[in-house]
Write a protein that binds this ligand. Structure first.
Ligand code: PMP
Length: 588
């Protein structure tokens, strides 16, 4: 029988201070086990250091239905935390759960002091899961199947809303989310967006596709590590060394959970997307490609996912082929069978175009590539920060992304690889930590991830990326995506009214929050400079997609890109600034 919250408070208050942390272990002993049938990938709570499964038993119907939490973990301390959550939430309705001040409970039990930062993040992940289930239940009360929409939140994938059964219902559920993202509140968490510029205004930042701003919690985390316990990772077993290892490996586990990767060992830290893609080209590509083989990619790729394959093809005597695009900038899937052949060894494709905004159907591409035995590399630089990613469900071989586009630090990125792909990939950087044995004549390698992490890693940045992922998960990636789509719809509607404008790329249903355009008579560079005068920060140029600009027949475009902190006011400011550009140029 589980203790009530009052019983927990009373027992806790009777303990000496040094015994309080042990109380979680005792609570964990009392928690009933979750049956194996409930320990599914769907019930896994991401962001926890240990394995956690959480589901709810809902008795009754409608808004008055009562929730009971059923959860378990392989860690007894976490089981103790679950017992507290259950005592706090069990017997409540969805609305009561959403309104409940769980932080007050944690405060009364001094949890901030008694559990490590990683456990605190995991606890937050569990709370978020309960809140999400409660929200989903409320959405379901409005006539939408709760399981369907719940699955959507966790697993919705690139472009899949177009084809998946029940998509209309899910869209409806999203539209009815009773707790949509509040971008004004989010903006407050980003110090750089709150600063006042010399003009007296705040910056309108529309260049998150290049790099996103960081929330205060990420800045604080990096500072905390530097000030409190910095040391090299995987080196010392003194207090700082152990703490830094916990932070560094904890970040790896969070990333694995975030991507639904099979294990933390499939997550390799890299300096960013560009290096990750080059590592795959040099480490996997050179070993597996032969003359006559084909590499398939697209004309919409960023140079980082184009040039390494172009060069690999030259080095190996392979041929580089392209999947044709439709006139509105989507992959022409009807043409795929003509270019994807038995000779295709590797398909490299972006999850989302950084210029057109096109969201590519990764699951379908992987399925078709499997038919010819090709390895699929996904450039997730733009998709991972904006769309839920599930490497298992999509069956990707490799996925890469950068921390700095995901509200995290620069200098850190991730290369995910299927275990068997990492096994058959050679390291390309040699040195300390990545070796198993070194002899005068020869050396052997550690298993992944160490095999690919020679030398000192960007440790503080990796930990900062873990915090950024916590932030994204707490904010809700599906909600961020929905918010960005709303802004994109608004911006597209407004931009279409501008005289002489050409907007590149598909309609909103197939694109993320990126819009590139040209206005007749105004060079993109001039426009960007005039927007800057109005404190609207947008990018101009070829955006590292020269083949795509050639295909479009233009040399440069202006690009705006959205993130969680952008608002409808930002779109209004953009439109005012474009109007100002017309007025300025009319005076010439
Ligand atoms: N791929 C895409 C789609 C991108 O948008 C970018 C960054 N603009 C990259 C790759 C390269 O990322 P990084 O500069 O972080 O290595």
């Amino acid at each position: 029988m589980l203790l009530t919250l009052d019983e927990i408070f009373n027992e806790f208050a009777d303990l000496d201070r040094q015994d309080q942390p042990l109380y979680l272990l005792e609570l964990g002993d009392e928690l009933p086990e979750l049956p194996d049938s409930a320990r599914t990938a769907e019930n896994r709570v991401h962001g926890c250091q240990s394995q956690v499964w959480l589901t709810t038993d809902i008795q009754g119907a409608g808004e008055s239905a009562i929730f009971t939490i059923a959860a378990d973990s392989d860690s007894n301390i976490v089981r103790g935390l679950i017992a507290i959550l259950a005592a706090a939430y069990n017997g409540k309705t969805a609305r009561e759960i959403l309104e409940y001040d769980i932080d007050a409970v944690f405060h009364r039990l001094n949890l901030q002091q008694h559990i490590t930062p990683q456990r605190r993040n995991g606890l937050r992940g569990m709370v978020d899961r309960v809140l999400t289930l409660a929200r989903m239940h409320l959405v379901a009360c409005n006539g939408v199947d709760s399981q369907d929409s719940g699955r959507d939140t966790d697993r919705n994938r690139v472009g899949s809303h177009v084809t998946r059964p029940g998509a209309a219902k899910i869209e409806q559920a999203r539209a009815e989310d009773p707790f949509p993202l509040n971008p004004d509140a989010i903006r407050q968490q980003f110090p750089v967006l709150c600063r006042v510029l010399p003009s007296g205004s705040r910056p309108i930042f529309l260049d998150s596709g290049a790099s996103a701003q960081k929330p205060q919690c990420v800045i604080d985390k990096e500072r905390e590590v530097e000030e409190q316990y910095y040391a090299n990772a995987h080196r010392g077993t003194y207090q700082f060394g152990l703490r830094i290892d916990e932070g560094f490996e904890g970040a790896r586990s969070k990333i694995a959970g975030f991507l639904n990767a099979p294990s933390a060992d499939t997550i390799i830290f890299t300096p960013g997307t560009t290096i990750g893609l080059n590592m795959i080209a040099a480490g996997w590509g050179r070993r597996h490609l032969q003359p006559g083989d084909e590499i398939l990619t697209t004309v919409m790729e960023h140079h980082a996912n184009f040039v390494p394959w172009q060069q690999l093809a030259r080095q190996c005597g392979a041929t580089l082929k392209l999947i044709p695009l439709t006139p509105d900038g989507r992959l022409d899937m009807e043409q795929l069978d003509f270019v994807l052949t038995r000779r295709t060894r590797l398909l490299a494709v972006t999850g989302m175009s950084n210029m057109l905004g096109t969201i590519n159907p990764i699951r379908e591409l992987v399925r078709r590539a499997r038919g010819v035995g090709a390895c699929v590399v996904v450039d997730g630089a733009q998709s991972v920060p904006h769309l839920p990613t599930d490497v298992l469900a999509d069956d990707m071989d490799f996925l890469v992304f950068s921390g700095h586009k995901l509200y995290g630090p620069t200098g850190i990125g991730v290369l995910y690889g299927k275990p068997e792909r990492l096994e058959e990939m050679d390291p390309v950087i040699f040195g300390g930590h990545m070796i198993s044995e070194v002899h005068i004549e020869n050396s052997s390698w550690s298993a992944a991830p160490a095999k690919f992490e020679a030398g000192t890693m960007p440790i503080v940045q990796a930990i900062g990326l873990g915090t950024a992922i916590d932030w994204v998960q707490q904010t809700g990636l599906s909600r961020i995506h929905k918010h960005e789509q709303d802004l994109t719809t608004l911006a597209m509607e407004r931009l279409k009214t501008v005289p002489g404008i050409t907007i590149y790329g598909p309609g909103v249903a197939d694109r993320g929050g990126i819009i590139s355009f040209r206005i007749d008579g105004i060079h993109p560079e001039d426009l960007a400079a005039i927007l800057d005068q109005k404190d609207v920060f947008a990018r101009h140029g070829h955006h590292c997609t020269m083949p795509l600009h050639d295909w479009l027949g233009v040399s440069a475009t202006t690009r705006i890109s959205f993130a969680a902190y952008n608002t409808a006011d930002d779109v209004r400011a953009l439109m005012d600034a474009i109007q100002f550009a017309f007025e300025r140029l009319a005076k010439r």
